[in-house]
Design a protein around this ligand. Structure first.
Ligand code: HEC
Ligand code: HEC
Length: 334
């Protein structure tokens, strides 16, 4: 990783900034009210990535850029962001947590199975504009100095991912703006926060001051996506699935591995399915100290020459737990 030479990034100059709003629009509070709009009306300001008047046309372009990698402007196809990936290969764009206030991989897997949502390394774009920091904690180990400007500013986080995580290029201004408009359509609404009757009353209460109301609303969803890197479990202490749950392992295999390695996917020529051939191929590597061992690949990904070709991002502890990894091993070893 460290070998990767950091380009001088002139684009990453924006720093977290606030937009002040002079009007105090009295908001009608209902289930569809945008959380960010409510907070902005209370605080009289908002961060620069929050757009109160979303332009639906820009949002549409932003969605296409995120899901297809290109869009059409003046009848012409725009330049693809990455030859290898689209953003939604690694990020969902729907709510992926059972409980958005307490993100955890067990709940996320249950929801993934129930609603057929991929179980991925990147955090969902839904609610990205509600978070307050990005590329948190251990990501500095992977991307070094690139993380500092991306931590506090969503705009920079998007650029970092477009260029580095996607093995692509920096976005042009209009593309970044379009993506921000799109993200502002998939932000939290009050109905996403699982509020009960007394919570709703609190929102309109005149007895609680604004600062308390802001804190109360922000306690209903996670303000950042934590990231803890784990080293692969050493060869001599691997229990090879003995403590794993086969059924859950199969669910992970399908919602995670096959989301990218499925036969119909084009991202990699390394194909996986649920046949004996695929499983047996993986099984042979599991006990070994080998980059193809599930114990290694899940925690380290493939790192070779990253940023210039397709690679596999690793799973942090928060995106796949050690127990889930053991479940996956149990399924493949069975
Ligand atoms: C190959 C996988 C991959 C692709 C493709 C990818 N990302 Fe990411 N992205 C990640 C990972 C891994 C992270 C690490 C942090 C996280 O999301 O938890 C991340 C982080 C982010 C974050 C910060 C999330 C947070 O809350 O910390 C944003 C925003 C983002 N990516 C935007 C994009 C955009 C826009 C694109 C497409 C141009 C894109 N990503 C393509 C893997 C990817
Ligand atoms: C976000 C997409 C994504 C997910 C999810 C994913 N992979 Fe990968 N994986 C890749 C890409 C891309 C490569 C690089 C392939 C290449 O070099 O052509 C790769 C490489 C690998 C390799 C090495 C093969 C090689 O030829 O380099 C193995 C083994 C592997 N993945 C297994 C898994 C398993 C098991 C899972 C489920 C836990 C999984 N992958 C989940 C995208 C993904």
């Amino acid at each position: 990783m460290k070998k990767y030479i950091l380009p001088l990034i002139s684009i990453l100059i924006a720093s977290a900034s606030f937009v002040f709003i002079s009007w105090q629009k009295s908001l009608v509070i209902n289930p569809d009210t945008r959380v960010n709009e409510l907070l902005a009306s209370w605080e009289g300001k908002h961060k620069s990535h929050i757009i109160l008047n979303v332009d639906v046309n820009k949002a549409k372009l932003g969605k296409e850029l995120s899901t297809k990698g290109w869009t059409t402007v003046d009848g012409k196809k725009t330049k693809v962001i990455s030859k290898y990936f689209v953003c939604t290969d690694c990020h969902n764009n729907v709510i992926e947590e059972e409980d958005i206030a307490n993100p955890n991989p067990e709940g996320r897997l249950r929801k993934a199975v129930k609603e057929n949502i991929p179980f991925l390394q990147g955090t969902t774009f839904y609610g990205a504009v509600n978070r307050e920091s990005w590329y948190n904690q251990d990501y500095v180990k992977k991307y070094g100095g690139l993380v500092a400007p991306a931590k506090d500013t969503l705009e920079n986080a998007i650029q970092l991912c477009a260029k580095v995580c996607s093995s692509g290029r920096y976005l042009e201004g209009w593309e970044l703006e379009a993506i921000l408009h799109y993200y502002n359509t998939i932000d939290y609404k009050l109905k996403d926060l699982n509020l009960n009757a007394s919570d709703w009353e609190k929102l309109e209460s005149t007895e609680i001051n604004t600062a308390e109301k802001v804190a109360f609303v922000k306690s209903k969803y996670a303000l950042l996506s934590p990231a803890t890197f784990l080293d692969p479990i050493e060869k001599n202490v691997r229990v090879l699935g003995a403590k794993g749950n086969l059924q859950r392992g199969k669910e992970i295999y399908i919602q995670s591995c096959m989301a990218c390695h499925g036969l119909e996917k084009e991202m990699t020529s390394f194909k996986l399915d649920t046949t004996y051939m695929s499983l047996n191929f993986l099984k042979n590597f599991i006990p070994k100290k080998h980059p193809y061992s599930i114990y290694e690949i899940v925690r380290k990904g493939t790192m070779a020459e990253f940023a210039i070709k397709a690679y596999m991002p690793h799973y942090t502890a928060e995106r796949m737990s050690d127990q889930q990894l053991e479940d996956l091993v149990a399924y493949i070893m069975h």
